[in-house]
Design a protein around this ligand. Structure first.
Ligand code: FMN
Length: 138
């Protein structure tokens, strides 16, 4: 069953030093797993939206949860989905700018930009809204 999974975590290194290796790994491995998705990184917090077969996502999430490059891995959403939101992307890195920050704020009015504090019910819609509205740097 096609499913999606969204989680948030805190990078153990506060900067984006681990990102190139993670993204390279994703582009090497995710196509063979038929996994697609989006990775956000903001102020030392990751939020990742993964989509693929349920069993594949479960085992991938088990590996990701044990990865020492981040901690406090918190599942925000896991559910069946009729179609992929990011069919083209083995894993796309979300780049932040004023517009994407404004979209984020529209989902969490009044609060500071903290991906880790995202409401589980709005995390997935937020990530889909970000890609609809934002100019992507390829
Ligand atoms: C924030 C983050 C996102 C990751 N995303 C993926 C991913 O989409 N696909 C993947 O295969 N590994 C991803 N990884 C790497 C996995 O955590 C892990 O290193 C990899 O699956 C190998 O796990 P294994 O040693 O248990 O086989 C990610 C790691 C981090 C820290």
């Amino acid at each position: 069953m096609l499913s999606r999974l969204v989680y948030a975590s805190r990078a153990t290194v506060p900067f984006d030093d681990d990102l190139p290796a993670i993204l390279q790994w994703c582009s090497d491995v995710n196509p063979s797993l038929h996994v697609t998705g989006l990775l956000c990184f903001l102020d030392g917090v990751y939020m990742q939206y993964l989509e693929g077969e349920e069993a594949v996502l479960e085992s991938l999430f088990a590996s990701i949860s044990k990865d020492t490059r981040h901690a406090g891995v918190t599942l925000l959403e896991k559910r069946a989905t009729p179609q992929r939101a990011f069919p083209q992307w083995s894993m796309k890195l979300m780049e932040w700018d004023d517009r994407s920050r404004a979209i984020f704020r529209s989902f969490s009015p009044g609060s500071r930009l903290d991906l880790y504090a995202s409401d589980p019910s709005t995390a997935a819609p937020l990530m889909r809204a970000l890609i609809r509205e934002v100019d992507w740097r390829l």
